[in-house]
Design a binder for this molecule. Structure first.
Ligand code: EPU
Length: 298
């Protein structure tokens, strides 16, 4: 397996591939190294062709969505990092109480737009950053609901470059989980409910406010670091272990919410990874609970 592109690919994708690209600015943590290649497909057809070639030549590919739930290691990543930020990947179509959103759509933009139109069901996602594809893949959500609850179908591009349409049952949504796996979310059809715009906006604002009051919204962080263990809360356990404010290098357990890690200037991904390990060990020792990371570490 090599991250180098076969030279015969260049003609077809020239102008769409950059090399040795720093990924830190594309993530919420603002940490980590470079991508060997970054590819921005013009449309689905081009993306499918690239995925097919990469599959045949064994070049690793991954999609970087909004970078809201990803920590890039300091060494960077091999292969091709795909960014779905051209207009066809950010399209939103409203059809009565259904919305079809492309995978690269900014989730915050979609959530707000639906609330403004009085389309209810997505306001539980107020304040959650990322893209529609990234959110569906991990069934993002919080106390007020998860995105999986409103997904009717999703069109996925598989590793062979073929499109599959899955319904909600096949998508297998569970707590911070779906069956998307290595496939790329091209678009999703969301089933919402027509409601009064004012009351949907009120609920949206309430949820947004409750997040703001309990989480570090301004700092460089990637939201919750660990999944909640069944029937418990990772934030509560880390807090009870007395770890708020503990740090490794320039990475610190947030004093606002213990399941967040915030970073200071000059932090490295290694600082965060070592702090994650220290939290895990402490919680294991004190409570005999095994915490599992919610963030993806590349
Ligand atoms: N708690 C503490 N100390 C803390 C943090 C929390 O004692 O430092 C206690 C709280 O008092 C509360 C309980 O733990 O009794 C649960 O805390 P919270 O209501 O903040 O929710 P959470 O389970 O920690 C989940 C999601 C968040 C989402 C919030 C609100 C997970 C892992 N986290 O947090 O999602 O914003 O609910 O809806 O599912 C994310 O996924 O990145 C994320 C931030």
């Amino acid at each position: 397996m090599s991250g180098r592109l076969p030279t015969n690919w260049f003609n077809e994708f020239v102008g769409r591939i950059e090399h040795e690209v720093p990924l830190a600015p594309m993530t919420w943590f603002k940490l980590g190294g470079r991508a060997r290649h970054v590819y921005r497909p013009a449309d689905e057809t081009q993306l499918a062709r690239m995925i097919g070639y990469a599959h045949d030549d064994d070049v690793p590919t991954r999609v970087l969505g909004g970078g809201a739930n990803v920590l890039i290691r300091d060494d960077g990543v091999d292969g091709i990092v795909i960014r779905l930020d051209e207009p066809p990947f950010r399209k939103i179509e409203f059809r009565d109480d259904r919305v079809i959103a492309a995978g690269g759509t900014d989730l915050m933009r979609l959530t707000l737009e639906c609330a403004r139109r009085g389309l209810s069901g997505l306001e539980c996602m107020a304040g959650i950053p990322g893209t529609v594809g990234g959110a569906i893949r991990m069934n993002a959500g919080g106390r007020f609901g998860d995105i999986g609850e409103v997904v009717a179908t999703a069109r996925l591009l598989n590793l062979e470059g073929k499109i599959e349409t899955l319904n909600a049952e096949q998508l297998g949504f569970a707590y911070r989980h779906s069956n998307v796996g290595q496939r790329i979310v091209l678009s999703a059809e969301l089933q919402l409910r027509q409601d009064d715009p004012e009351s949907v906006m009120d609920r949206y604002n309430e949820i947004w406010e409750s997040k703001k009051s309990s989480q570090p919204m301004g700092a460089n962080s990637a939201g919750c670091i660990f999944k909640n263990p069944p029937g418990d809360s990772a934030g509560r356990l880390i807090d009870q272990a007395g770890m708020k404010g503990d740090s490794v290098g320039e990475a610190e357990v947030s004093r606002d919410h213990a399941n967040f890690i915030v970073t200071r200037k000059n932090a490295t991904a290694r600082d965060v990874i070592r702090l994650v390990e220290r939290i895990r060990q402490t919680v294991r020792r004190k409570f005999d609970v095994e915490l599992e990371t919610e963030i993806d570490i590349w």
